[in-house]
Structures are given as structure tokens and as C-alpha cells.
Design a protein around this ligand. Structure first.
Ligand code: BDR
Ligand code: CA
Length: 320
């Protein structure tokens, strides 16, 4: 997984770890996005420690986007990325750090296990773009990249037309989407429909309490901050963006993915990070061949319930 942890990235890590045997989670790489690189790396190592997965190492990646200054999101994720939670207080055993960079680890693992690795990317795509630049054959060695990013038929969430991960590093998004790697896109069109509200949060907290699940309590604590942030922006319910990307990889039946040709605008500040899709009613042969499978439909309630169950953490982990 390539993450910018970030509240919903932390939830995505919990979902992946709780799915257990369905995912052989090999490594986690970090990229600056929701908070700066030091913070997202500290958060990621702490969440893996909380999940009792200190066996998985973390590689720190890009501290800034390829060409632009970093834009963080303290208003949604808190100043350090996990609301008001101090990651150092979460676990005595944070996951270890690789000596190599994220791009180096991605390239090395793909070289040793060609055709076997799927990357779930829930932050800006800077590390993947750097890895492709460093080692072009990487494109033919990855099985798939599942990306939480983009907005196809809906408005953006970080500009009128762009989703936050793509707006933060549009050049990287363009490089990855034109790399030839099989890409599955999980855009705002579906993630904004899968939301947790006050009732869902109370329910999660209660179940975490009943089970004595420290993982579930942590999920409820960060979600309380995240939900308040959404409510301050006059939105009822908070979108479960990143965990949905993991959920759809495990349960593709929860949505419908269509082949699309998606290009990323980079030049004009007004449109940077926008997904350009040719939706004109023209003969199919005039439409460019697809470069992504893109989820545009989701069974929203079923997906939300699937995710909320997994947020209680793996059985036996952190259960008091
Ligand atoms: C995406 O942007 C980040 O703030 C979230 O973690 C998620 O990956 C949603 O647009
Ligand atoms: Ca993210």
C-alpha cells in the first residue's frame, strides 16, 4: 500500500490488515499529502504497530510533489494527520523503517515478484511516478494499481474540478495513468457515496467497547474528528474514501467498474488534476482505448457496513 496517513488512510490500513489472509500485505510506502512526510510516516508506522503488524516495514517516500509545493489538509485530518491523536502514544512497537526510499522498495519488490504485486495507492501518486522514472520496466512488472483518486462525473473536493490526491500531484497522476500499468480507479463518484454518520459512529464505538477492541476505539476516535470536519463543511456524514479502495479490491461485487480513457489536466491552475474523459456521443471507434477500469457505481450501504465491520480490527488483536 502507498499511503499519506491521514485519517482515512489509517482506516484503509485497518481494513487491509483485518482482511487477513485475503491480502498478503508486503510493504507500506508513504508519501506527503494529508500531512508532511515525517508525520504521515510516523502515523503509518504507529497504525501498523497498533494492528500488531510490526512485521511489515514502512518505506518513506516523496516529501513533495514532483513539480509543485505540497498542500496538506490539516482542516480534515488534523495538524499531524490523525486528528488529535498522538501516534507515539498508540503503540510501543511502531513498524520498522526500510533503509531504502519508497520508490526503491516498490521497484525492488516488483523486480523480485514480477506480475504478482498489486499496489493500493491512497495518496498523491508521486512515489509511483518516481519509481517508474527510476525503473521503466516496472510498468510491466506490476499486476495492477488500485488508486483512490479523481472525480469523473461529480465535482472535485479540493478544487471545483479536482479530487485532492490528483490535485496535489497532477503530473504524477498523469505519468501513472499513461504508464500502461493496469489501473483500477476508485474516484469520488463512488467514495463520496459511502459515508459514516453520527449513528454509524456511535454504533462502531459501542461495538468496539463491547469487544474491548483498541483498534475499533482508535478508528472511532479518528472518525469523530473526521466527521466533525465534514460537518463544519456542511456535509452530513464523512466519506470513507481510502477504505473503499481496499474494500472494492476484496469485494469487487460491491460496485461496477467500466473501462474508460482518463487523462489528467496539468497546465492551467484552474483545471490542474481534473480528469478528462471523452463522454461525447460519438462512434466508439473514435474514442481513445481505455487506460483504466473505473468504479462509477457502488452498493453504498453494503460497502459502508462491510468497512465498518472490518474497522473493529483483526480477531484477537488489541482486544482487552
Ligand atoms: C483523498 O484525499 C485525502 O485527503 C484522503 O486521504 C483521500 O485519499 C480524498 O480525496
Ligand atoms: Ca489518502
Amino acid at each position: 500500500m502507498d499511503v499519506d496517513t491521514g485519517i482515512d488512510d489509517a482506516l484503509a490500513l485497518i481494513v487491509a490488515a483485518t482482511l487477513g489472509e485475503q491480502f498478503d500485505l508486503l510493504a507500506v510506502t508513504t508519501v506527503a499529502g494529508n500531512a508532511d512526510l515525517a508525520a504521515v510516516t510516523r502515523n503509518t508506522r504507529a497504525v501498523l504497530g497498533l494492528l500488531n503488524r510490526s512485521d511489515i516495514s514502512v518505506a518513506a517516500g516523496a516529501a513533495t510533489p514532483l513539480l509543485r509545493p505540497l498542500r496538506t489538509a490539516p482542516h480534515i485530518h488534523g495538524p499531524g494527520g490523525l486528528g488529535t491523536i498522538d501516534p507515539d502514544a498508540l503503540t510501543p512497537r511502531p513498524a520498522a523503517l526500510y533503509p531504502e526510499s519508497a520508490a526503491e522498495v516498490i521497484a525492488r519488490l516488483a523486480r523480485t515478484r514480477p506480475g504478482e504485486i498489486t499496489i493500493i495507492a491512497t495518496g498523491p501518486l508521486t512515489n509511483l511516478a518516481l519509481a517508474l522514472r527510476m525503473d521503466p520496466p516496472l510498468a510491466s512488472r506490476l499486476a495492477e494499481i488500485v488508486i483512490m483518486g479523481g472525480a469523473i462525473t461529480v465535482p472535485g473536493n479540493a478544487s471545483p474540478v479536482a479530487e485532492a490526491n490528483f490535485l496535489t500531484d497532477p503530473e504524477a497522476a498523469r505519468i501513472v495513468l499513461s504508464s500502461g500499468i493496469p489501473v483500477t480507479l476508485v474516484p469520488l463518484d463512488v467514495t463520496e457515496r459511502v459515508r459514516i454518520d453520527r449513528t454509524g459512529l456511535d454504533n462502531l464505538r459501542q461495538r468496539a467497547h463491547q469487544r474491548g477492541s483498541t483498534v475499533g476505539r482508535f478508528a472511532a476516535d479518528v472518525l469523530a474528528f473526521y466527521l466533525r470536519a465534514y460537518e463544519q463543511h456542511r456535509q452530513a456524514g464523512a466519506a470513507l474514501h481510502d477504505p473503499l479502495a481496499v474494500a472494492l479490491l476484496a469485494r469487487p461485487d460491491l460496485g461496477t467498474a467500466d473501462p474508460l480513457h482518463v487523462q489528467i489536466a496539468v497546465a492551467d491552475p484552474l483545471t490542474a488534476g481534473q480528469c478528462i474523459v471523452d463522454r461525447r456521443p460519438i462512434p466508439p471507434e473514435q474514442i481513445l482505448p481505455s487506460n483504466v477500469r473505473c468504479y462509477l457505481q457502488v452498493a453504498a450501504e453494503a460497502a459502508r457496513d462491510f468497512i465498518l465491520d472490518l474497522l473493529l480490527g483483526p480477531p484477537g488483536v488489541g482486544n482487552a
